[in-house]
Design a protein around this ligand. Structure first.
Ligand code: DXP
Ligand SMILES: NCC(=O)COP(=O)(O)O
Length: 245
């Protein structure tokens, strides 16, 4: 079985930064740490409302990343222009609703073939490899092939949100079957959304999957795992200050 790659989504480093309007924690710094720890790619979602990643982040990341950027974005004129300016190696086209808490499902490629074909063509012409974030659905996979996208990312959110083991197993089977189908059609097949430390293994076992993009769970784990050191470092500085050091 081939290896499976990890793309680390650093959006929520930016969420934390933006919560206080500070310039830390910096997603550019986080990306370098993730790369040194073994991430094979860095994913950033530039949302229309800039709730986490901002333009400054992707322009700097484009200069500093040692692996590769996977820029997630909606199919809008604004985003297409930014992507064509930055020219990240990978762009993942995603659906976006301003009021959503997070991405709620896959992109409806089949329902907007002309718009999607034009977007894929424009990004391809800029030298960008395009991926489409879609549900594990044969109709959407066929549409991805029809619009000329070389890569898809299967949305694993329904699997992650499953309320029962039966529901999770059904979703897992659907993802597995559709990954095999997409692979048989010549697509590179990635997956992501809502994956965490307790649900990732069965997804990683699907042999046709090339890369998983994981963000929220990794950033959440980093906060907890790093807390003891962060508290100890602060305490140390306070004691040094009191001693006049
Ligand atoms: C497209 C996707 O599944 C994720 O990248 C997700 O959209 C991250 O951004 P949010 O957490 O803002 O939804
Ligand atoms: N495309 C999925 C992604 O980048 C990470 O999603 P999540 O792990 O933050 O839910």
């Amino acid at each position: 079985m081939g290896r499976i790659l990890l793309g680390v989504n650093i959006d929520h480093i930016a969420t934390l930064r933006n919560a206080r309007g500070t310039d830390f924690p910096d997603p550019v710094h986080a990306a370098a740490v993730a790369e040194l720890a073994g991430a094979e790619g860095i994913t950033v979602h530039l949302r229309e409302d800039r709730r986490h990643i901002k333009d400054r982040d992707i322009y700097l990341l484009a200069k500093t990343l040692q692996t590769r950027m996977n820029l997630e974005m909606a199919v809008t004129e604004e985003m297409l222009a930014i992507a064509c300016d930055i020219k990240p190696p990978h762009c993942c086209l995603v659906p976006e609703k301003r009021e959503e808490l997070t991405t709620e499902g896959g992109l409806d490629v089949a329902g907007q073939l002309d718009k999607m074909s034009a977007a894929v063509r424009r990004l391809n012409e800029a030298g960008i490899c395009v991926s489409l974030f879609i549900d594990a659905d044969k109709r959407q996979i066929d549409a991805a092939v029809a619009v000329g996208a070389p890569v898809i990312e299967i949305h694993t959110g329904h699997y992650a949100d499953a309320k029962t083991a039966t529901e999770a197993n059904n979703e897992l089977r659907r993802i597995s079957e559709m990954a095999a189908y997409a692979h048989s059609k010549g697509l590179v097949v990635n997956a992501g959304h809502g994956l965490h430390y307790h649900n990732v293994k069965p997804i990683a076992a699907i042999p046709e999957l090339y890369e998983l993009n994981i963000g929220h769970a990794i950033i959440a784990r980093a906060v907890i795992d790093g807390l003891a050191k962060a508290v100890a470092d602060m305490k140390q500085l306070m004691l040094e200050g009191r001693r006049g050091e």
